[in-house]
Write a protein that binds this ligand. Structure first.
Ligand code: 18C
Length: 259
C-alpha cells in the first residue's frame, strides 16, 4: 500500500508539473499574441485587401492567400455597434455562458481549463458541413484592456479592449475523431463617445457606441476546397457579425454601462 501511495503522489506531482508547464506556455504566448494583433488592428487597409461585404457600418475585407491548395485568406471586419462600450462587447465575446446564444456554427463549447479570470481554454465542436469531415478546435481565450495611443482617432479617455482566441494543443483535447481547425481571431473594441464635454457618469447609452475590428486567420484543416471555403466565408462572417452585434445590443439594453 505504501508503494501505491507513492505512485499516486508521483502521478499527482507529474500532473501538476504538466499543468504548470502548459499554463506557463499559454501565459507566455498571450502577451505576444495581444501585441501582434494590436499591431494588425492598427495597420492601414491597403489595396491588397478586397472589400467582400458592406452593409451600412459593417465592412468585411479579405486578402487572398493560398498555400499548398489551402485557402488561408486573412479576414478583417469592422463594424459599429450603437449604445455599448468596447469593454461590454468584449465581455460578451469572451463569456462562455452566452456563447451558444450567438454562435450559430457550433455544436458545443466547453471550458477545459480555467487558467485565470481572463484566460480560459476551450474545446469547441463545429456543426458538420456535409460532405466534409466534422471539425473541432482547441484554443486559449484571453481578454484584457489595451493602452490607448496618444494619437488614437478617438481620445475619449476610455481604453479599448481586446479578446484574442488562438489554437493550442492541450492534453484534455486530444480527440482524433475530428479535423482540427487552427486559427487566431481577435475582437478589438474601442468606445466612441458622441457627446463631448460631458462626464462619463452622466452619459447614457444613446451617447455611446463601440467600434469593432475583428480579425480572423483560419486554417480549416483537412479537405476544404478553396473556392467553396471562399463562398461560405463571404456569407458566414457577415452573418456572424450581424447576429453577434444584435445579441450584444439586446443583452445590454436597460443595463448599467460598464466602462
Ligand atoms: O470568432 C468567432 N468565434 C469564436 C468563439 O467561438 C471562435 C472562433 C473561431 C474561428 C472559427 C473559424 C471557423 C472555421 C470553420 C472551418 C470549418 C470548415 C469546414 C469546411 C471544410 C470545407 O473562437 C466567430 C466565428 C465565426 C466564423 C464564421 C465563419 C465560418 C466559415 C466557415 C467556412 C467553412 C467552409 C465550409 C465549406 C463547406 C464545404 C462543403
Amino acid at each position: 500500500t505504501l508503494m501505491r501511495e507513492v505512485i499516486k503522489l508521483i502521478d499527482v506531482y507529474m500532473k501538476c508539473l504538466l499543468a504548470l508547464l502548459i499554463d506557463g506556455r499559454i501565459i507566455m504566448s498571450m502577451d505576444s499574441k495581444v501585441s501582434e494583433y494590436v499591431s494588425c488592428v492598427r495597420e492601414e487597409i491597403n489595396e491588397e485587401w478586397n472589400l467582400v461585404h458592406e452593409d451600412n457600418e459593417m465592412k468585411v475585407y479579405r486578402r487572398e492567400l493560398e498555400i499548398d491548395g489551402v485557402a488561408l485568406d486573412p479576414l478583417r471586419a469592422q463594424h459599429i455597434v450603437d449604445g455599448v462600450t468596447g469593454h461590454e462587447v468584449c465581455n460578451i465575446f469572451f463569456d462562455k455562458d452566452v456563447r451558444m446564444e450567438w454562435e450559430t456554427t457550433l455544436e458545443s463549447t466547453k471550458v477545459i481549463e480555467e487558467i485565470s479570470q481572463d484566460t480560459l481554454v476551450f474545446h469547441q465542436l463545429i456543426k458538420r458541413v456535409w460532405p466534409t469531415a466534422q471539425r473541432d478546435m482547441c484554443f486559449a481565450s484571453h481578454m484584457r484592456p489595451v493602452v490607448r495611443l496618444e494619437n488614437d482617432s478617438n481620445p475619449t479617455g476610455v481604453d479599448p479592449w481586446i479578446v484574442v482566441n488562438y489554437s493550442i494543443d492541450h492534453p484534455l483535447a486530444t480527440v482524433i475523431k475530428y479535423v482540427r481547425v487552427q486559427f487566431t481571431v481577435c475582437m478589438y473594441c474601442e468606445t466612441i463617445i458622441r457627446k463631448t464635454d460631458c462626464p462619463l457618469e452622466e452619459l447614457t447609452r444613446n451617447d455611446i457606441a463601440s467600434r469593432i475590428v475583428y480579425i480572423a486567420h483560419v486554417n480549416p484543416g483537412g479537405w476544404a476546397p478553396p473556392a467553396v471555403v471562399r463562398v461560405v466565408t463571404k456569407r458566414e462572417y457577415p452573418k456572424f457579425l450581424r447576429k453577434f452585434s444584435s445579441y450584444v445590443d439586446k443583452k445590454l439594453q436597460n443595463t448599467k454601462i460598464v466602462w
